[in-house]
Ligand binder design. Sequence first.
Ligand SMILES: [Zn+2]
Length: 447
Amino acid sequence: MHDLAISGDVVLEDGTVLTDGWIGLSDGSIASISQQPIEAARESVHPGKLILPGFVDVHVHARSNPDEGIAATTTAAAAGGTTTVVDMPFDAPARPVNSVERLEAKIADVNREAVVDVGLYATFAPTGPLDHIGAMASLGAVGFKVSTIEVDKVRFPRIPDGRLYEAFQEIAGTNRLVAAHQENQEISDLFSARAKQDSTNPLSHARSRPPVAEAEAAGRLLELAYWSGAHLHMVHGTIPRTFDLINWHRSQGVAASGETCIHYLILDESALTELGGRAKCNPPLRSRDDVAELWVQLEDREIDIVTSDHSPYALANKDTASIFDAYAGLPGAATLGTLLYSEGVARGRISLATFTECVCSGPADIFGFEKKGRIAIGYDGDLVVFDPDARHNLDVHTMHYRVGWSTFDGYAVTGRVLETYVRGTCVFRGDKVIGGTGHGAFVAPAH
Ligand SMILES: [Zn+2]
């Protein structure tokens, strides 16, 4: 007898659908999958609805704004069908996770505050010893996040190239990945100085960080991965060229993977004119042609995964007179899966198999979460009940962001998350997050 049986159109690993299938859950894990009804203490039956693996969003910044934090970010994730997030290490104010002590403290915070499961990136300072990298890997950090451009001198610093190479060598020995924000400092400095002469035109932001700044840094990082043997995970690629470079290096034997974010698949740079600071992110939004080509690369599987890059800043820091005073980043933890389903699957741009590879099994595999991302025996009971036909407009009030705004408020979509389960426990149903803080747990890579 199982604890819980869930029935619906069960989406299996290869994207095939077990129509009116049954999943039996015991002790938080998937214990059986059947075409026949499964006996259980409780039943949750959803004819005509998809049962998907819980989404795995490996790029959120819960603490870039300390007023948002882990509880609010994972509450929003639960409402969006995301059952595992990976949080970035650039915690505000000025508390980057760059030591064993800070990583241990953050793991304890996750176990107390999280509603869904949480993996953690670590990082390292621009100077000083690197011997804590191995210790942070052993504690369960998924990898190490760095930047080639200065975002914040203490919290999110630029790491010089020589230091990057040394650190890549150290990381190569740990079985963890290195992830990098890829923009060229000098190109951005020069073009920013020029663009700032037109600071009330929001499009100036896109001009201040041209595509070459991203591609050059991406190529440089991939070469560092080639020469060090490290696994490089490229975060937020925004242009086809970045993924061409990743795939060429992969063909040369480099361990590389690449992600884009949902907003780069939906918004082009014209959104800056329409939405101002609410469409400001780094790297910036690109051309319509770039957006169209990213979809082709996604379905051709030249882009591995899609994330939210959830960056929840207060509106006061977004609606600024000069676009250069606005903080970069958009809240997105609540909308990743629904937006990718709606814009991708419902519009026929990607298959259901590609969808689950991009936001379920793909990120779980790259980050080493061996019990996440699939509906298969022995995996965690992380599930989403999803109505694939619901047409509605996204509503910020159902996203559960403490910042209370979304770039996608009012956006018309097809598809809706009805219920979210984390390790067999329902944490979201209807429009209510019913999972409490502390249900979510720290999750480390398996090896
Ligand atoms: Zn980010």
